[in-house]
Design a protein around this ligand. Sequence first.
Ligand SMILES: [Zn+2]
Ligand SMILES: [Zn+2]
Length: 187
Amino acid sequence: MVFAHDTDMTLMHAAALANTGPALGADDREELPDLASLVAWMDRWEWTGRRPRTEAEVDAVRRLRPRLREIWTRDEEGLVAAANALLEEGRALPRLVQHGDYGWHVHATSDDAPLARRTAVEVGMALIDVIRAGETGRLKVCAGDDCEDLLVDLSRNRSRKFCDGTCGTRANVAAYRARRSRDAGIR
Ligand SMILES: [Zn+2]
Ligand SMILES: [Zn+2]
């Protein structure tokens, strides 16, 4: 655990959410095509509180994705501005709560707020931790060829380069092949 558990989860959720939509370079990925998919997403990420009821709410979540992608690439000063903006826009009001198996953690919006707003405020809160810890370098974009997926590097030595998708596997295979052909060359 690099940050508090809820901060780790928030950052992983934000990266995964951004990755459900097209990258800045634009592809046609859409993993949140409708209301049902967003409800399933919330279940998967163990969100408490209200589920979306309208297409407009799904749209708001989709619109948050390019913003998250852009935020991820900012330097420290830019992240400070992003955190403050997200918290102000979402009218964050932090309070300590406890539910399920989670210990005390912070919610800064009402559980009835739409998911886009809850996510935006959570990210703002998480950025506070990241910035105060001097760990902004952990917000990364995948180093894979033709991949712009976001990731959070929660590794001990900050060595993670690839997204959760196929990029890590592909890079391992390429490194293995390179090693093998190099070894073959030596013999
Ligand atoms: Zn909670
Ligand atoms: Zn990738």
